[in-house]
Design a protein around this ligand. Sequence first.
Ligand code: KIV
Length: 268
Amino acid sequence: MKKWNAASIKAAKGVHKLACLTAYDTGSARLADAAGIALLLVGDSLGMTVLGYDSTLPVTMADMLHHTAAVTRGVTSAMVVADMPFLSYQINLEEAFRNAGRFIQEAGADAVKIEGGAIRAELVRTLTENGIPVLGHIGLTPQSINVLGGYKVQGKTHEARDRLIEDAQALAEAGAFAIVLECTPSDIGAAVTAAVPVPVISVGAGPECDGQMLVMHDMLGLTERAPKFVKPYASLATTMRDAFAAYAAEVEAGSFPAPEHCYASAPS
Ligand code: KIV
């Protein structure tokens, strides 16, 4: 299977619905890649799914570089996009460019994702013109949670809907190869998708978008409270809890390890 890249993702608009997931480690990235996932996002959601924080804000460049490198080692055909963490791209263009470059050069990512609409157009243009593909992200942008006042559905008013369309157009004009649209009513997802020439990837923005993205831990049933837009495709929390309990019980009862799990010594 050929490796997905910014050009082939962009060309999929109107041709092929894109199945995308987050990933944070080599093993799960390898499984998702083999299953045909087109794009793996090393999301800063790892702050919550893997590192135990209650938001994405504490996640650092070091965290993201470490996990991005792990994901790239498990992938042969999916495009790997590294999420730029809070404060790694907001301060100035130069710092943003340097940090974005580190994901490509040190961690092997194929592209970076940044949150924000028209306000990021100059940065998207600079990165793209200098060889770093950018995935935009508008709608619910978790790094702005303290301004948004919570994880709420976005784009509910006419003004908010128009702003989302303008933001998406500004990102596409600046060179973003695709745009994540998070947590909006489905009709807003459809309107934004129709307004831009690049794929719009829905995270809870409805079925009319060009692709879908879910947080891996949510769709595997590993998260205690997943958002409404998540469909759990497995119940791994139950499977894991049962396995841990069975193991503990067998160790305590002395029935693990059994003879088939033990080595015999060589005859002398
Ligand atoms: O961090 C993340 O996982 C994300 C996706 C939900 C788009 O930003």
